[in-house]
Design a protein around this ligand. Structure first.
Ligand code: ATP
Length: 424
């Protein structure tokens, strides 16, 4: 984990949030390469689950929502974690994650206060007056922005059942102890789908979505033997859920939840109908009796997926007796696809030709990095370290026959390729 965290910081993937002011616990900032990686992950998800299908509809709801949303969803009453404080050192812990029979893990004393329930929603105020009636919350999940638009999507798009509504966006949870790099943050991003089905068909739709999730994770480069489906037993499930699978991953910090797949019955739509007074029934196009659909929810965390991708991609090997660490990222996720380099920095004819190759690839919309610093071996290592699949070098032969060397990140093999073929 330490190697990955240090690589992320050194090369501009992920920095600590507000680092310049001493940081803000549980927040992280993405640097230039991190933004590119995150966009590639989100775009791949959107393409896979939304654009390539006929049964999915996208929305992008506001983060601030009417507080009734969180009453209906149950978050106001029950979105809590048990909090316990050490009266000696004032350290705060999740009571279910610390042994309150033993001593405080920070100061070593045994002076536990009472366990109380702590609501994890961040509060803010809408408008200029800070009173009870202006309270709003930063959304703790994107799902409610989907449910509250269910009626709108039906009325504007007339989808056939089953259909899903998808959303990607920020979520905020005032976690008692954020930790393990981006795994448990206070501000993070989710990719969620509410898939609406006829209750008679929930089992087959659940199985299909589970299959889709597995296929998607394999496209992210994750290895099957590091992914585990945990069938959540009834007494650990939310009371309304008839089946939940937590998909766990072997992170360097141990096995942990990567995403969840939950059959939520008609719990959410029924609550919204009650709280809003609006009808949540679906009217089948064949004229049969309207009913409130049931819902199956795949819920992905972007940060945890990125952590799983980096964990899988991080590789140590030895090239010609020299150790190297590199990211074996799938090409479609790599933040930089091509390194372009002139063999020698002080030969204007090589630099000019390399610049042309660089510009052509850029104008084709590729993500390209220019590097003419140090020696060529060092440039390769730097490009490998951030997962660049192809390194192109313009050398003296280029001036003769218009070919360049293209080096493969994983095998380090080099082939000569015509420039025209590379940029066509
Ligand atoms: P955990 O048990 O780890 O707290 P959860 O069961 O509360 O997670 P869900 O409410 O099911 O999580 O949220 C769906 C997904 O959102 C999780 O699978 C995870 O990928 C992501 N997620 C939830 N909380 C966080 C967090 N604090 N930081 C980063 N990602 C998170």
């Amino acid at each position: 984990m330490d190697d990955i965290i240090s690589l992320c910081k050194r090369r501009g993937f992920i920095y600590q949030g507000s680092e310049i002011y001493g940081g803000l616990a549980g927040t992280w900032d993405y640097g230039p390469l991190g933004v590119a990686l995150k966009r590639n992950v989100i775009n791949a998800w959107w393409k896979f689950f939304v654009e390539s299908r006929d049964d999915m509809y996208g929305v992008d709801a506001a983060i601030l929502m009417n507080p009734k949303t969180w009453v209906a969803s149950g978050h106001t009453a029950t979105f809590t974690d048990p909090l316990v404080e050490c009266k000696e050192c004032k350290g705060r812990f999740r009571a279910d994650k610390v042994n309150t029979e033993g001593n405080c893990p920070v100061c070593g004393k045994k002076a536990w206060g009472e366990i109380r329930q702590f609501n994890m929603m961040f509060t803010t105020h809408v408008g200029p007056v800070d009173d009870e009636s202006s309270v709003a919350y930063l959304r703790p999940e994107t799902a409610q922005g989907i449910f509250t638009n269910y009626r709108n999507v039906i009325d504007s798009c007339y989808p056939d059942l089953p259909f899903g509504i998808a959303q990607v966006g920020k979520a905020f949870r005032n976690e008692i102890s954020p930790r393990d790099f981006v795994f448990r943050s206070r501000e993070f991003e989710q990719m969620e789908i509410e898939y609406f089905v006829d209750p008679k068909t929930w089992e087959e739709n659940f199985a299909k979505l589970l299959n889709d999730i597995q296929e998607f994770l394999s496209q992210m480069g994750l290895k099957k033997d590091m992914i585990h489906d945990l069938e959540v037993p009834e007494n650990d499930r939310a009371h309304y859920s008839k089946r939940t699978i937590d998909i766990e991953f072997d992170f360097p910090i141990g096995r942990g939840e990567l995403l969840g797949l939950a059959y939520r019955t008609d719990f959410d739509l029924k609550n919204i109908a009650r709280e809003s007074g609006k009808n949540m029934e679906y009217r089948p196009k064949d004229g049969s009796t309207p009913f409130v659909p049931h819902v199956i929810e795949p819920s992905f965390g972007v940060e945890r997926l990125i952590m799983a991708i980096l964990t899988t991609a991080y590789t140590d090997d030895e090239i010609d007796g020299e150790k190297r660490s590199y990211l074996k990222l799938p090409e479609h996720l790599a933040p930089v696809k091509y390194l372009v380099s002139p063999l020698l920095k002080n030969k204007p004819e090589l630099v000019k030709r390399a610049q042309e190759v660089h510009d052509k690839l850029k104008s084709r919309g590729e993500s390209v990095m220019w590097d003419d610093s140090g020696n060529i071996g060092k440039r390769y290592r730097k490009a490998d370290e951030i997962g660049t699949p192809h390194a192109i070098v313009v050398d003296f032969a280029t001036l003769e026959d218009d070919t360049v060397t293209v080096r493969d990140r994983d095998t380090t093999e080099q082939v000569r390729v015509k420039i025209d073929e590379l940029v066509k």
